[in-house]
Ligand binder design. Structure first.
Ligand code: HEM
Length: 352
């Protein structure tokens, strides 16, 4: 096991031990029944559930049902058909390639400051950098006019809200009463769709960017980050191996067949995205990347596939390009035991 993979494993073993044990036990079979749960680990089977099986998006045992319960109706994950298509259309211009290009200046200054700090011999906590990047991006997406200190506060409030919700939904020892920290901090300024967008953008950025920076720093891949083409391949590979949303809970709306097995609405389908993209055994490689059809699955598939994929790739690409100038190394890493998704709480780097 490479030092990068060994370090990254700690975000699972320290912060999501139950999830890690569940995943480790199920990775060899594409489909495995555990009581009323079916663990789906095969690539074709996970894709088939997302694209071919009619799903009940409002069931309490799914992401959509959990979001509906906490945030109210109309937050994409819980929608279907025409209603869902209309919500996606209302988002499209903000997240397509022109939308992403318009958002880029929001995080560019944050990256300039981070590089300046490292050049001056300072220590940079990449988790705080991720909060600043996602806080600014989210404020722009939601049209919130915030003062400079409030961006990170928006990100923290979104993370804490998602963390409380996840403790109730995911296989975990931790139990927390749900609290809407976002509403407490920002009052009625965020509607259910905006709130869900904030949670999706902030939690995934906080999970992905620090873990990606740690992996690149541990492998010493900063030269790859200086070349735009190689960097783009590396970004795809890092997102595949980090699989920031490693497990998607879903429920079929009616009986269906997946991988030759019958599933019914009584079963909770635990889609192990991490295994479906081979993240657990195939390291990132710029020279021999996994096929794009495989790595794209980290963003889901079918009508609900992640609309923020282009944004997530652009942000990681920009972070790696900026940091490659100073080739940082990791001096301290601490897993976040409360985060909704496997993540570092502190990932401190210094210039080499
Ligand atoms: C590395 C970062 C990210 C990963 C791995 C990721 C992954 C996912 C996955 C797996 C889904 C479920 C897809 C399905 O059910 O088929 C999803 C949905 C979604 N994501 Fe992301 N995401 C990321 C970043 C973002 C960002 C930055 C945003 C917003 C700016 C975002 C917004 C959404 C929304 C709104 C949905 C719900 C889509 C729907 O139900 O129609 N995501 N994402």
């Amino acid at each position: 096991m490479t030092p990068a993979r060994r370090r990254d494993r700690r975000v699972y073993t320290a912060s999501h031990p139950v999830l890690f044990a569940l995943m480790a036990g199920a990775r060899r079979t594409p489909l495995r029944r555990l009581g009323s749960r079916i663990i789906v680990s095969g690539h074709d089977e996970v894709r088939a559930v997302l694209t071919d099986v009619p799903l009940d998006r409002t069931d309490d045992r799914t992401t959509g049902g959990a979001i509906r319960r906490h945030e109210g109706e109309g937050a994409l994950f819980d929608q279907s058909g025409d209603e869902h298509r209309a919500s996606r259309r209302s988002l499209a211009a903000r997240l397509d390639s022109r939308g992403v290009a318009a958002l880029r200046p929001r995080w560019a200054t944050v990256l300039d400051d981070a590089v300046a700090l490292l050049r001056a011999g300072g220590q940079l906590d990449v988790c705080r950098l991720a909060d600043e990047v996602s806080g600014r991006t989210t404020a722009a997406l939601l049209d919130l006019d915030l003062a400079s200190g409030e961006h990170a506060e928006l990100a923290r409030a979104a993370r804490r809200t998602a963390s409380d919700a996840a403790a109730a939904e995911l296989p975990s020892w931790r139990r927390a009463a749900y609290r809407d920290h976002l509403a407490e901090a920002f009052g009625g300024r965020v509607d259910p769709l905006g709130k869900m967008l904030a949670l999706a953008a902030v939690t995934t950025t906080y999970a992905a960017i620090p873990r990606a920076v740690a992996w690149v720093a541990d492998e010493g891949w900063w030269d790859d980050c200086r070349d735009a083409q190689r960097r783009a391949v590396l970004v795809g590979e890092l997102l595949r191996v980090l699989a920031p949303t490693p497990l998607l809970p879903r429920v079929a709306a009616s009986p269906a067949t997946v991988g030759g097995r019958r599933v019914t609405p009584d079963d909770q389908l635990l889609l192990m995205v991490r295994h479906a993209v081979d993240a657990h055994r195939r390291d990132p490689s710029v020279d021999d990347p996994a096929p794009a059809a495989v790595s794209r699955l980290v963003f889901g598939a079918g009508p609900h596939a992640c609309p923020g994929a282009g944004l997530a790739r652009a942000q990681l690409d920009d972070v790696l390009a900026a940091l490659s100038d100073v080739r940082p190394r990791v001096v301290r890493s601490r897993a976040d035991r409360r985060a909704a998704l496997p993540a570092w709480r502190e990932l401190v780097v210094v210039a080499r």
